[in-house]
Ligand binder design. Structure first.
Ligand code: 9MR
Length: 370
């Protein structure tokens, strides 16, 4: 038994040394250095990470990544909980983290139908909603002007068929709310790049809607600097063609393309479709949580290959891509452990729950270092 244990510890150590030769050292290849000439490599930070509660996690984040996005702390619910009350404690800490570590700081997100403060959900007239939007954008984007390098001004404003989402903003303010969001963001922080961010816009139908939205801003003479394709994908590799075409088509609009929330789920999705619609929620079923005890090697390798295929496309189009951000630094923190079914064990990121690099990490790094 002891021998077996020793053998497996040795195997893991050897694998880690192979996969991550410089783990614990300050020099040697890391994602951010390997892709330095290509695009920024980012991660989303949760509240714990922003507070630097775990030294190993902090070291992993600053070693691998040169861009950060706040996973939740800048959303309107937490940051603007009452009409005249802003809670900047966590967001100030987030920005200070980025400044301290010399990182590219992303703001996420100014206008989103989800995670709205409850008083906004109860607004029933256009004037009050417009008043909220303007005040919110001016105050939040204004506070961090000069520090936030890029804002996800508008998040997920499209339905799956590419039509405008029937959010409270569209219903009370009409299409013009989109132009207003970009106009007010540009005024509040003239130096920040302004992005439209959404999931599934690599798919042709929804992509058309995103292109229409971007063109309508440009036709009004408003500034939009980039589009964020979130990249919440699964193991099925049949969207490579769509990913490549969307990079090409979006960049033809004269804007930058970023991949803003990349993760590759290894678990079955109950509806069979990969999306990031957080209103989805399904009952628990043990068949839907097959890897509670660990991820089989074959799936690890399939995920590594999937990441490799995607990154080959990113590298091919590197001059069109500004940033690739992963939606978290390790599997343990991923939202995909709780969505669309609660309490599952998913493995969507590049480092495992012990902060060790996975084959997916190595497959990406090898594209630049081998
Ligand atoms: O990862 C985020 C999770 O912790 C939150 O509960 C959820 C709801 O606010 O949002 C998740 O992040 C989302 C991001 O802000 C926008 N695109 C989809 C992401 C995954 O749901």
């Amino acid at each position: 038994m002891q021998l077996l244990k020793l053998a497996s510890v040795t195997a893991i150590t050897l694998y880690s040394l192979y996969a991550y030769p410089c783990f614990g050292q300050v020099s040697g290849p890391s994602l951010k250095t390997a892709f330095q000439q290509d695009f920024l490599i980012g991660t989303a930070l949760n509240g714990r990470q922003i507070s630097e509660r775990n030294e190993k996690e902090t070291q992993l984040i600053i070693r691998e990544y040169n861009a950060i996005t706040p996973e939740n702390v800048m959303k309107s619910g937490p940051i603007h909980p009452e009409p005249n009350l802003f809670n900047f404690e966590a967001s100030d800490r987030y920005v200070a983290f980025g400044v301290k570590h010399g990182m590219y700081i992303v703001g996420h997100t100014l206008i989103w139908h989800s995670q709205l403060p409850s008083y906004v959900q109860h607004i029933r007239n256009a004037d009050s909603l417009s008043h909220f939007m303007k005040g919110h954008i001016e105050t939040v984007a204004g506070r961090y002007a000069g520090k936030i390098k890029s804002w996800d001004v508008l998040n997920e404003a499209l339905e799956e068929d590419g039509s405008l989402r029937k959010s409270i903003f569209l219903q009370l303010l009409g299409e013009d709310y989109i132009a207003k969001a970009f106009e007010w963001a540009a005024q509040a922080d003239p130096g920040a790049e302004l992005y439209y961010n959404d999931y599934g816009i690599e798919r042709p139908e929804k992509r058309k809607g995103a292109i229409k939205l971007i063109k309508s801003l440009q036709a009004k003479g408003l500034r939009i600097d980039g589009v964020g394709i979130q990249g919440h994908w699964g193991l099925n590799g049949n969207n490579l063609y769509d990913i490549e075409n969307s990079i090409i088509e979006f960049s033809r609009l004269g804007i930058k393309v970023a991949f803003t929330e990349l993760d590759i789920s290894v678990l079955p999705h109950p509806s069979g479709v990969t999306t990031a619609d957080i209103s989805q929620n399904y009952a628990q079923d043990p068949k839907m949580n097959p890897y509670r005890e660990g991820l089989p090697q074959a799936i690890q390798m399939a995920q590594a290959k999937r990441y490799e295929d995607i990154f080959k496309i990113f590298i091919k189009h590197k001059e069109k891509i500004s940033r690739v951000t992963f939606w978290g630094a390790h599997d343990g923190q991923s939202w995909l452990n709780g969505w669309p079914i609660k309490n599952r064990t998913n493995y969507p990121l590049l480092h495992d729950r012990d902060l060790m690099p996975k084959p997916a990490y190595t497959s990406i790094l090898n594209l630049k270092t081998k």
